[in-house]
Design a protein around this ligand. Structure first.
Ligand SMILES: Cc1cc2nc3c(=O)[nH]c(=O)nc-3n(C[C@H](O)[C@H](O)[C@H](O)COP(=O)(O)O)c2cc1C
Length: 245
């Protein structure tokens, strides 16, 4: 996933699209990429469907929406976040804009035994990409990562997107061990249930960024996954052991 690192600095949510359509070739590339997204947990079944955006409740004028479904089990939403963030970054490389759309609703919530998780709009747009980390509104890495041994990792992971920019991640580092937590909180504009749902997806996005950062900075790592449970104020999502190569 190292190859996605350059797009981390360019990506942004695109909510206004142009009339220009994707070419057949671009659409094929997107479909091909979706079919080889790297799962966090390969055992969890997922399926992704591309539909015209106008056929969904997504208010953006995008050409398409991707509907993401998964098998409800521990970390299934985190798994979806991890996978679709790869697509979000890949679309930047094609000059295609995208936006996670958490408020998306579908008529058939369960399809072939898989539950609807979230949608993502995508299509051509006229604007520019971001140019550097200065163009992002994010917490400093030190605000959520204690004991950080390598500031380069923080520079990348702090740019991860999250629902209403809530940035629910916390990292505690002791020597070469990282504990990654989801910090529960409240966002006044969202119901507690929606917030929980989104933040689990956010954590998958964060793990995607963390893996990109580790690979990019030349670390080998082992990861042990935790839980998506709703118990407690801080939920341990994963632990990592990292070693610079
Ligand atoms: C899980 C998730 C759900 C989101 N849902 C919405 C949404 O319903 N509507 C919207 O306009 N943006 C949505 N966003 C986009 C975020 O608001 C956006 O990523 C965040 O504010 C950071 O801005 P950036 O993506 O431009 O860096 C969502 C993002 C995530 C990760």
């Amino acid at each position: 996933m190292k190859e996605l690192s350059e797009y981390v600095y360019q990506r942004k949510s695109v909510r206004r699209y142009s009339e220009t359509k994707l070419t057949e070739e671009e659409l094929e590339k997107v479909k091909g990429y979706i079919s080889q997204l790297k799962p966090l947990i390969p055992e969890i079944k997922t399926s992704f469907e591309i539909v015209p955006c106008k056929d969904t409740n997504c208010g953006f004028n995008a050409e398409y929406c991707l509907l993401a479904y998964g098998e409800p089990s521990n970390l299934w939403l985190t798994n979806i976040g991890y996978m679709l963030e790869q697509l979000d970054l890949y679309l930047v490389s094609l000059g295609i804009g995208a936006c996670w759309f958490g408020m998306g609703k579908v008529e058939e919530r369960v399809k072939d035994g898989l539950e609807f998780a979230i949608m993502m709009s995508f299509g051509k747009y006229d604007g520019e990409t971001r140019k550097s980390a200065d163009d992002f509104s994010r917490d400093d890495a030190d605000d959520f990562w204690s004991g950080m041994s390598d500031a380069k990792l923080g520079e990348i992971v702090r740019l991860a997107p999250s629902a209403v920019n809530s940035q629910p991640w916390r990292v505690e580092q002791i020597d070469n061990k990282l504990a990654v937590y989801r910090q529960k909180g409240k966002i006044p504009i969202l119901s507690a249930n929606l917030y929980k749902h989104f933040n689990k997806i956010d954590m998958g996005i964060f793990l995607c960024y963390l893996d990109i950062a580790l690979e990019n900075e030349g670390y080998a790592f082992t990861r042990v996954l935790g839980t998506e449970s709703d118990e407690g104020k801080r939920v341990l999502v994963a632990t990592y052991e990292i070693n610079k190569q």
